[in-house]
Design a protein around this ligand. Structure first.
Ligand code: PGA
Length: 248
């Protein structure tokens, strides 16, 4: 049985006080049988790990560098995350790809490092609007997955969570329809079945991301191949995020 997951990507939001307040509100009002992950800013990860110890919340980082130490000013490495108890990292978010020029090839290196350090990965990918309009979205997604992930061993896939996030739906208020999400998630599962095995494909959690809100979460999560969501804007309000987690 694959795991149901809701993950909140806080992006560059919340200072120290805001982080404590949001975690407090989530704990006070929520609990979940599904996995619920939050990804606060790097500066508040240690604080978040401490605040969420022995609760239903887990903490992830929003990014990491592919090298493990050295002259990379401003970067954060896997062993640093590990040393403060962070075991999960989001890689390949479209904002990292767009604003920080992350390529699938660089992401393949990040994936390798994260797995070498036994970290779990939430791997983001998805097509831009022009690709969808040109009916190239399946091809683009296949290429993104093949470059970054298909050199991983079947065993390593137990550490990989996929997050399909069509770029045109991120922060735009425009969500993929449940049918569009299901169609792509089924395609992804089929790709994994062809590349690895049907069993592995069945076990991989595939999250949908892009303008998920309390109002549309249940319809998306009801789809056979949608195992949860990666949430941006709506993860910043405890009430909304918990309502989304409940919809799982
Ligand atoms: P959104 O962001 O929910 O605000 O569209 C999703 C994401 O960036 O992961």
């Amino acid at each position: 049985m694959r795991t149901k997951i809701v993950a909140g990507n806080w992006k560059m939001n919340n200072d120290k006080k805001g982080t404590a307040a949001l975690i407090g509100a989530l704990q006070q009002n929520g609990n979940s049988t599904a996995r619920v992950i939050i990804a606060p800013a790097f500066t508040h990860l240690a604080q978040s790990v401490a605040l969420t110890a022995d609760t239903f919340l887990e903490v992830a980082a929003q990014n990491m560098h592919q090298e493990t130490s050295g002259a990379f000013t401003g970067e954060i490495a896997a062993p640093m995350l590990q040393s403060i108890g962070v075991r999960t990292v989001i890689l390949g978010h479209s904002e990292r790809r767009t604003y920080f020029n992350e390529t699938d090839a660089a992401l393949a290196e990040k994936v390798k490092t994260a797995l070498d350090y036994d970290m779990e990965i939430i791997y983001c990918f998805g097509e831009v609007l022009e690709d969808r309009k040109a009916n190239r979205h399946f091809e683009v997604v296949k290429e993104q997955l093949a470059t970054a992930l298909f050199s991983c061993s079947a065993q390593q896939w137990s550490k990989i969570i996929l997050a399909y996030e069509p770029v045109w739906a991120i922060g735009t208020g425009e969500t993929a329809s449940p049918e569009q999400a299901q169609e792509m998630h089924a395609f992804i599962r089929q790709l994994i079945a062809e590349q690895y095995s049907a069993t592995l494909a069945e076990e991989v959690s595939i999250l949908y991301g892009g303008s998920v809100k309390p109002a549309n979460a249940a319809d998306l999560f009801q789809q056979t191949d949608v195992d949860g969501g990666l949430i941006g804007g709506a993860a910043l309000k405890a009430e909304d995020f918990l309502a989304i987690a409940k919809a799982l």
